[in-house]
Design a protein around this ligand. Structure first.
Ligand code: NAD
Length: 247
């Protein structure tokens, strides 16, 4: 048994699935977002039509509307048992902890997590494409909205699109390099650089654990995989690590 002091937790869309936020749907080589609009009509968008700089440049109305709808949907969802368990870990873990989420919802912080970074941006934030300022944002964000910091008509959703650099990579990589335990929860392991954190952690000597509904793309890189619902697996794992503090 090795004593655990430093923990890095990586979360993905599977953590928020029970709360009613859809994960990606993959059909063959194509990934989709599927969700019901406020009128209850099923919408489907290919990831490249709403999650790339090219999509934003080519059809800003569609892309802004898509994130307006995702932002509005946050009002109707609540943190689930997995978010609450991770917030408990944050409150009670005496060593270093960093929760790195790929999710752009705000359910970890609404559950109470504080040692948290959003590597792929946040729905409730706006980014100025002209000056780079980021600020909290509620409600719709039409294309051409004016940045209060620089006055440019350049506010966009504060979402890291495919092909853009995720946020806070230096801090995340430093935490992964120092981790004694790396835990990946509810992520398909398909999106880099997050999908590579497990190899980095293992290379630096950390134990590695995957909690997911199914084996992820990088499952074989983990020391252990537990399959099931995050709402069941995460509270059980948190209870265990808080009591034994070892691997
Ligand atoms: P993903 O949709 O590719 O994968 C989700 C994974 O979670 C799958 O492996 C699935 O089997 C698993 N899963 C589904 N329900 C689960 C449950 N109840 N318990 C445990 N596991 C469950 O999502 P990803 O890996 O996070 O990566 C894709 C990208 O999608 C990320 O960049 C993220 O920003 C974005 N995304 C974010 C949200 C959100 O903010 N909530 C939702 C969808 C996608």
């Amino acid at each position: 048994m090795t004593d655990i002091r430093n923990i890095v937790v990586l979360t993905g869309a599977g953590v928020s699935a029970k709360s009613g936020i859809p994960t990606f749907r993959t059909h063959g080589a194509v990934s989709y977002w599927e969700y019901d609009n406020p009128e209850g009509v099923r919408q489907r968008h290919r990831v490249e039509d709403v999650c790339t700089p090219e999509a934003l440049a080519g059809d800003p109305v569609l892309v802004h509307r898509f994130y307006d709808a995702r932002r509005a949907a946050l009002a109707g969802v609540e943190p689930n048992a997995a978010h609450l368990a991770l917030a408990r870990l944050d409150a009670e873990w005496p060593g270093e902890l960093l929760i790195v989420t790929q999710n752009v919802d705000d359910l970890h912080e609404r559950a109470g997590a504080r040692r948290l970074v959003h590597m792929h941006g946040e729905l409730r934030s706006a980014l100025c494409a002209a000056c780079g300022a980021r600020r909290p944002h509620a409600g719709d964000l039409p294309p051409g909205s004016v940045c209060p910091a620089c006055g440019a008509s350049a506010l966009r959703p504060d979402i890291v699109f495919f092909g853009e650099m995720p946020y806070r990579m230096a801090r995340i990589e430093a935490a992964v390099a120092e981790a004694d335990l790396f835990v990946s929860i509810g992520t398909s392991g398909a999106v880099y650089p997050a999908a590579g954190f497990v190899q980095m952690a293992a290379h630096c000597g950390a134990a590695t654990l995957e909690l997911n509904l199914e084996r992820s793309a990088g499952s074989s890189s983990f020391d252990e995989t537990r399959l099931g619902l995050a709402g069941v697996l995460v509270p059980a794992w948190v209870e265990g690590i808080l009591s034994v503090r070892s691997w």
